[in-house]
Design a protein around this ligand. Sequence first.
Ligand code: ATP
Ligand code: MG
Length: 532
Amino acid sequence: MANKQKFQAIKGTRDLLPPETELWNRVEQTAREVFGTFGFGEIRPPIFEPTELFARAIGAETDVVAKEMYTFEDHDLPDLAYARSDLKMRNPSVDNLPGIEAYRDRLGDLYAALERAFHAGAVPRTPENRHAITRLGDLSVALGDPSLRSELQGLSHDVRSALEQVKLGDVVTLRPEATASVCRAYIEHNMHALTQPVKLYYTGPMFRRERPQKGRYRQFYQIGAEVLEALQQGQGGAKDIPKDAAIDAEVIEMVMVFFGRLELQGVQLEINSIGDRNCRPQYVELLRAELLKVKDKLGADSQRRIETNPLRVLDSKLESEQEIIAGLPRIGDHLCADCAKHYAEVKRQLGLRGVAYKENWRLVRGLDYYMRTTFEIAAQGLGSQNAVCGGGRYDGLVELLGGPPTKGIGFAIGEDRLILSLQEAGKGGGAQGRDVYIAWMGEKAQATAIAAARTLRNAGFRVELPPVEQKFGKALGQADKLGSRYALILGEDEVASGQWTLKTLADGSQAKYTEAALLEFLKKPCSSPLQG
Ligand code: ATP
Ligand code: MG
């Protein structure tokens, strides 16, 4: 029997289809236009990067890095990979002497093969690999020593953990966000040597292994932008505060202009300052101390975060924790003088730009690299996943990734949620439709119809040209189903006289035009609502 297996998109991923993709294109096109007017250029970084880049930039303790990344070893050593996973699954038993011998042989073979591959550079020549391979060799010797048989359990456990540490190739990750990539590219291409600041935007898919639900996918799309500015000689410190704050405000203004252009509904901007490396550590310690006092009343997640990342407790949506959180110390009361000045200046600058905002002292962000300004924007129609944009300042990130001292501010818009909100508000229009359906009849008319289709398409109209002749009634029905505005009727009479019949489908009215007059007529704005 034939194999009838049906393939489906992987959980948390989906196909975006017409006519919805038209809205996606409109959104992205609007982003390009608006960001272009603010002087941003497009960057298209790769979809995968070294895992270490994200771990370093985003922070090993964050949810994203700790549990949401799609990571794999990139190698072409299938035999070694097979031998490694085979050995990992074996569990030699003390009562089975031949089994132990076979286990040891396999380990010895793998060890020898790994040594060769390491020397040839076929596996990464990292200190970690050197260490793990040597360890495998030692373990293979130990397994041959009858006096150590009683420790077999421990030895095979050690073999497994050493195998775990051997990397057959580069470890790479599908990007969960793009800021780290943009910073990597900034460093790699010496963009600090360009006129500063460098303003870049990107659009594209991101990958996080989260629980799929409305507005949350495993492959989702972001539209984001970053402003990066390497410190020049004599720059930095308190005198830069007005400039930095103005840049923050302009970046936020740009997102608001973009959302305004799209007529996104219920837009709410929230801002906060989370301090910098001078004042935040003290606040975090204070917060941790206060949280420890109420630890018993907190949920498991928050209890864990007291140790790993106390700021994230402020993010909690758990009903039972809200009252406790309301009583916690607020970072706004603990900012150092420079951070306080910066925050006040950002608010003044937003005021100058007529950007309405709400302050939210609990707004911290899930990624480690933020400092001072953080912001989030919500829109309507999204339920509990209502954040469509998150961003903030990240001075120091480029340096952390090995570049020169550099300031940064940026944001990422969740395009899936943006689209959802536009659709919910009925702003998702732009059904596909056609401008003109060419109803041609008779062999002689086909050549004219083909030429007419080409002329109209060259002028930018959406044209449907049926591949075979149709009866008049069927052609009109088809034109209607496709949402066409006009049917261009080309029968033998029309071809002979050069006077073409144009039928307006909404009211059934008809008029005759020469080709040139037809083009004139269709180009009038009122006659072609599908355009523009
Ligand atoms: P959230 O708290 O909603 O999970 P986040 O803080 O993880 O958001 P960021 O990393 O700041 O999100 O990403 C910016 C934006 O990207 C979010 O505001 C959201 O609109 C969108 N986003 C993040 N994760 C997803 C996802 N899994 N599916 C769809 N959109 C997402
Ligand atoms: Mg998240």
